[in-house]
Design a protein around this ligand. Structure first.
Ligand code: PRF
Length: 375
C-alpha cells in the first residue's frame, strides 16, 4: 500500500506514495476535513481542480448519527453519496465522542455516549466502528481509541492507553474477519496514544506497530499541550514506528506545525484549521497570515498576491474581500476556504520539491517562521 521513495538529508522528512483503489496519494499530504461528507463551502470539483486535494476525511460519529448508515448504504456508499470518486479516510468516532457528546461512559466493551443532536443513546465498540466504516466504504478506516485530555495524570494516560490497546487488538481482528462491501478494498490504521509521557508513547508505538495495521496514526496530540511538547512526542513516536508504513498525525495543524512535523517523519495530516479559520477571516499566504476582517484591509485596493493561483489572491481587491466578511457574505467564506486549502496543498508540493532536491533541511525552519508571522 505504501512505497517510501526517499528520506530527506538531516531530517526525518520522507516522500512516498500511498495506493488506494480510488487513487494514489503522494506524501507528505494534507487531507481537507469533510466531517459530514462536505468540505465546508468548497465544491467537490473545486477540491480536485483547484485545491488539488488527493484525499478527504469524513467522520464516522457524525455520519452515523446523521444521515445514518442506511441512507449512505442505500446511496451506494459514501463515495457515491457525496459524489467523490477519490480516496476518503474516516475517523473512528473515538475522538468525537470525547469532544462532542454528552454523558459518555467508557466501559471495556466500548464507549457509551449520548448524541449531541438529540440526546439519544449509542454504543461504539471496536467491532461496530469497523462495521460502520465498512458500510461507509471509506478507503482508510480508523480504529476506535480514546484521546485523553491534556493535561492527564500518568495513571489516567496509562489506563487510557491500555484500554485503547485492547480496543485496537479487537478492532484489528474485526477488520481482518470482515471484508469490503464494495468493489474497492479498504485499509485500517491503528492509533498511538500515551498522553505526554515519553515511556507510554514509546510503548504505544511498539504495541500498535505489532498489530500490523496498514498505517499508523499518532493521536492524543494537539489537544492543548505546548507546541514544543507536541513536536517532542511526535519525534519520539516516529523513532519507534516502521519505515515502511504511512504515519498520520491526527488533527494538526497550522502551516508551520506541518513543516516541523514533516521534519519529524510525518506523512499525513488533517485539520479543520484551514477551513474553520477561513470562515473567521484568517487567510494564509506565502509571507505569513492575515485577518481580512482587520480595518487595515478596508481600503487596500489591490489583490493580495497576484501570482498565487487562487481567486481570492489574484482576482479581487482586498477591500472587497474585507467588505464580504464584514457583511457575512457567503462568497467571502467560499473564497477564503478555497484559498486556504489550496495554500495547504501548495505547501505540501513545495515540501516534496525540497525533499526531492535535498534542500528541505535548509529551508523548513525559516519558512515555518515566516508562515507563522502575522502580516
Ligand atoms: N484520535 C482520533 N481522532 C483524532 C484524534 C485522536 O487522538 C485527534 C487528536 N489530535 C484528532 N483526531 N480517533
Amino acid at each position: 500500500m505504501f512505497d517510501l521513495h526517499k528520506t530527506a538529508l538531516s531530517t526525518k522528512a520522507r516522500m512516498g506514495t500511498l495506493s488506494t483503489d480510488h487513487g494514489t496519494i503522494s506524501t507528505p499530504i494534507f487531507m481537507p476535513v469533510g466531517t459530514l461528507g462536505t468540505v465546508k463551502a468548497v465544491k467537490q470539483d473545486e477540491l480536485i481542480d483547484k485545491v488539488k486535494a488527493q484525499i478527504i476525511l469524513g467522520n464516522t460519529y457524525h455520519l452515523y448519527l446523521r444521515p445514518g448508515c442506511d441512507i449512505i448504504e442505500n446511496a451506494g456508499g459514501l463515495h457515491s453519496f457525496i459524489n467523490w470518486d477519490h480516496p476518503i479516510l474516516t475517523d473512528s468516532g473515538g475522538y468525537q465522542i470525547f469532544s462532542l457528546s454528552d454523558n459518555r461512559e467508557l466501559k471495556e466493551e466500548g464507549a457509551h455516549f449520548k448524541s449531541h443532536l438529540d440526546g439519544s443513546k449509542h454504543l461504539f465498540t471496536p467491532e461496530n466502528v469497523v462495521d460502520i466504516q465498512r458500510t461507509l466504504g471509506s478507503d482508510i478506516i480508523m480504529v476506535l481509541d480514546e484521546c485523553p485530555p491534556y493535561p492527564s495524570s500518568r495513571d489516567y494516560a496509562k489506563e487510557s492507553m491500555e484500554l485503547t490497546h485492547r480496543w485496537e487488538k479487537r478492532g484489528r481482528q474485526a477488520f481482518l474477519n470482515t471484508s469490503s462491501k464494495y468493489e474497492h478494498g479498504q485499509f485500517q490504521f491503528g492509533i498511538v496514544q500515551g498522553g505526554t509521557y515519553p515511556d507510554l508513547r514509546k510503548e504505544s508505538s511498539k504495541y500498535v506497530t505489532d498489530l500490523d495495521f496498514e498505517g499508523i496514526a499518532i493521536g492524543g496530540l494537539s489537544v492543548g499541550e505546548p507546541t514544543e511538547l507536541m513536536y517532542e512526542m511526535t519525534d519520539l513516536n516516529t523513532d519507534y514506528l516502521p519505515e515502511n508504513k504511512p504515519r498520520y498525525l491526527m488533527g494538526v495543524g497550522k502551516p508551520a506545525n506541518l513543516l516541523h512535523c514533516i521534519a519529524r517523519g510525518i506523512d499525513m495530516f488533517d485539520c479543520v484549521l484551514p477551513t474553520r479559520n477561513a470562515r473567521n477571516g484568517q487567510i494564509f499566504t506565502r509571507n505569513g497570515y492575515i485577518n481580512i476582517r482587520n480595518a487595515k484591509w478596508k481600503n487596500h485596493n489591490r489583490p493580495l498576491d497576484p501570482d498565487f493561483p487562487t481567486d481570492l489572491c489574484s482576482q479581487y481587491k482586498m477591500s472587497y474581500i474585507h467588505h464580504l466578511f464584514r457583511n457575512s457574505e457567503l462568497l467571502g467564506l467560499e473564497l477564503a476556504s478555497l484559498h486556504n486549502l489550496t495554500f495547504y496543498l501548495w505547501l505540501m508540493e513545495k515540501v516534496k520539491e525540497r525533499i526531492a532536491n535535498d534542500s528541505f533541511h535548509n529551508w523548513y525552519q525559516e519558512k515555518a517562521k515566516v508562515l507563522d508571522t502575522k502580516i
